[in-house]
Design a protein. Structure first.
Length: 99
């Protein structure tokens, strides 16, 4: 069982979607590996350390980031081939404008 699920079962609060998205945006904008301390400095508002760890655990499990000994690196991206295939599909006009 992952740490995130264990913490949620103990009755503590979970990170909000806005907080998760805020952390994702900072990691996406960082063009290099950054430390947790640097991530905290770049966040537009303060996040409790345990909440940040929960978010990082979630992002790592969903394969959006890599966490190494020297820091955190954003690795999730949208494949240009996938985007092109979706745009060239016959039902593209019916899809929401998210791409």
């Amino acid at each position: 069982m992952s740490k995130t699920i264990q913490v949620m079962e103990k009755g503590t609060h979970s990170p909000t979607l806005n907080t998760i998205l805020m952390v994702e945006d900072v990691l996406k904008d960082a063009e290099e590996m950054i430390t947790v301390a640097e991530l905290k400095r770049r966040l537009p508002r303060k996040v409790m350390h345990q909440t940040l760890i929960q978010i990082l655990d979630y992002l790592q499990e969903s394969r959006k980031i890599l966490i190494g000994t020297k820091g955190i690196l954003w690795v999730d991206y949208v494949s240009p081939k996938l985007t092109k295939a979706i745009k060239n599909s016959t039902d593209y006009e019916d899809l929401p404008k998210i791409l």
